[in-house]
Design a protein around this ligand. Structure first.
Ligand code: B12
Ligand code: SF4
Length: 445
């Protein structure tokens, strides 16, 4: 079966929001850029609309990328593609964490990052066979990533189809928070992309705004301050409008770097405060202690540098009682967050959290993977019932994402910008919260 075309597919999760999908299919853009130029390659994003299965045949190699939440949708896609005679390779977070879960309905499973395996998979398929499993967990240096190719940039047409393009600058996280998959999916070692390659990618993709895929970009303020300084100085020279990054609170300890980050057009940190309950500190990997006074100082310091703060909170930890919902709401009301995300603790496969719940027989029975969206309750909490966690979470979401609460936070954010920037900043001041409200609405159904 000589390879005639490669089709890379992202299963549907949120669909479109006001005419565009949320984030660009960055994973697939990277993989498509590694395909030899003589082989036609397409990216099919099910969030943009139904897939055209009639265009698949036995000489098509189909690659699907999926997180846990979308794995049932990925299975449907794989079965339909295989019914057309295509061969299906499945990779991404879920395949990496639980390869046996997807082996039965795919031709090959890709575990890990695929920097070494993807080109081999293509040549194996071209030669007429596929191994059942390809593993790359070497946590390879990011120095030699294939640049995103011009044909992929043109085909993805990010500005037209997506609200926020994604970009990777660093990868990995040495923390090991009990509920997080980052260590197992991106590795424990923090790896850094060469700065000249980042600048080149931004310029060629003509990005003016982006969201960093890095799980904990901010930790590099401590781990790699020289790299961060050089990065910020390089990005400051680009005609960027704004960009946002995930972080822990540690960034507030580095005012000089915060100032450089702002000059580099970084205008929003999404910070995992995780819990307002100090009893949960053991689950938080040492990055957060559940101490609200410290949180307030952090938010103020970051604001003082002109950078917005999105507060990320999780409910359902073992020390959470019924008061956690009211406590979180009170804290958010009294703290000047620009946007807020709250989620239900979710025991993703291969996390210490899940192991503990399995041992204690606390996973709820028959919960499909599509409910692993961090808004459904999938386990028996320790100090309340599953129903109480569900009701408390809904109560909190209704308050956090009420029109009034979103308007209050958005107007406050907007008021921190100079008058001449108000028009440009109007959308960004409300969009994060509105996106979370939409996601919560989808999940609540
Ligand atoms: C961007 C992002 C999003 C975007 C869009 C994702 C998308 N695909 O469209 C948005 C913001 C919408 C999003 C939402 C969510 N996300 Co998200 N997201 C990410 C993030 C930060 C980056 C993904 C990325 O582009 N990485 C960069 C690329 C280059 O790396 P990669 O995806 O790992 O791909 C490499 C390998 O895995 C492999 N590979 C992957 N797929 C395939 C396929 C084939 C065929 C092959 C050969 C190889 C291969 O090769 C690639 C190159 O090395 C990841 C964390 C991370 N750092 O990866 C979380 C992550 C995927 N998200 C996660 C979660 C939990 C969510 C949410 C469910 C919850 C939440 N509260 O955020 C929501 C879903 C909401 C909903 N209802 O839809 C978890 C998934 C955990 C799991 N077990 O499923 C992750 C891993 C974060 C984490 N550390 O826990 N997310
Ligand atoms: S600090 Fe963030 S990215 Fe790192 S393990 Fe904890 S939750 Fe995951």
């Amino acid at each position: 079966m000589a390879v005639e075309q490669i089709v890379l597919i992202q299963p549907r999760h949120q669909g479109m929001i006001w005419g565009k999908a949320a984030g660009s299919p960055y994973t697939l853009m990277r993989l498509a850029s590694m395909v030899p130029p003589e082989i036609p390659v397409e990216i099919w994003d099910e969030n943009l609309g139904p897939l055209d299965y009639a265009r698949l045949n036995s000489n098509t190699l189909v690659g699907i990328s999926s997180m846990t939440l979308t794995i049932d949708a990925a299975r449907e896609i794989a079965l339909r593609a295989r019914a057309r005679g295509s061969h299906v390779v499945i990779g991404g977070v879920h395949a990496t964490l639980v390869p046996d879960d997807v082996a039965a309905w795919s031709d090959a499973v890709v575990v890990g990052e695929a920097y070494h395996t993807w080109e081999r998979i293509i040549s194996d398929f071209d030669a007429g066979w596929l191994a059942p499993r390809y593993v790359d967990e070497t946590w390879e240096s990011l120095d030699h990533l294939a640049p995103i190719s011009d044909r992929v940039i043109q085909a993805a047409d990010e500005q037209h189809h997506y609200w926020t393009p994604s970009l990777e600058i660093t990868r990995g996280c040495p923390r090991n928070c009990s509920f997080c998959t980052a260590v197992r999916v991106s590795g424990k070692l923090m790896r850094l992309r060469p700065i000249d390659q980042i600048v080149e990618e931004i310029e060629r993709r003509r990005l003016t705004r982006f969201f960093l895929t890095d799980d904990n970009f901010g930790l590099n303020f401590r781990l790699h301050p020289d790299y961060m300084e050089q990065l910020f100085r390089a990005l400051a020279k680009l005609p960027l409008d704004s960009w946002s990054a995930q972080s822990e609170m540690i960034v507030a300890q580095f005012p000089d770097l915060l100032a450089l980050a702002r000059e580099a057009h970084l205008d929003k940190f999404l910070i995992g405060f995780e819990s307002v309950n100090a009893g949960n500190r053991r689950d938080l990997g040492g990055k957060s202690k559940g101490q609200v006074e410290e949180y307030r100082r952090v938010v103020k310091t970051i604001h003082d540098h002109g950078i917005a703060v999105v507060g990320l909170f999780v409910t359902g930890f073992d020390h959470d009682t019924l008061s956690v919902f009211q406590d979180t709401w009170n804290f958010v009301r009294e703290t000047e967050f620009d946007s807020v995300s709250t989620t239900v603790l979710t025991p993703f496969p291969e996390t210490p959290q899940r192991e503990q719940l399995v041992q204690q027989n606390r996973l709820l029975p028959n919960i499909p993977w599509r409910y692993y969206d961090t808004a459904h309750v999938t386990f028996e909490p320790a100090l309340m019932t599953a129903d109480q966690l569900r009701d408390g979470y809904d109560w909190l979401c209704r308050r956090l994402y009420s029109t009034r609460a979103i308007a209050t936070r958005g107007v406050r954010t907007l008021s921190r910008h100079p008058l001449r920037r108000l028009r440009a900043k109007a959308f960004a001041s409300f969009s994060t919260d509105l996106g979370y409200r939409k996601a919560y609405g989808l999940r609540a159904t």
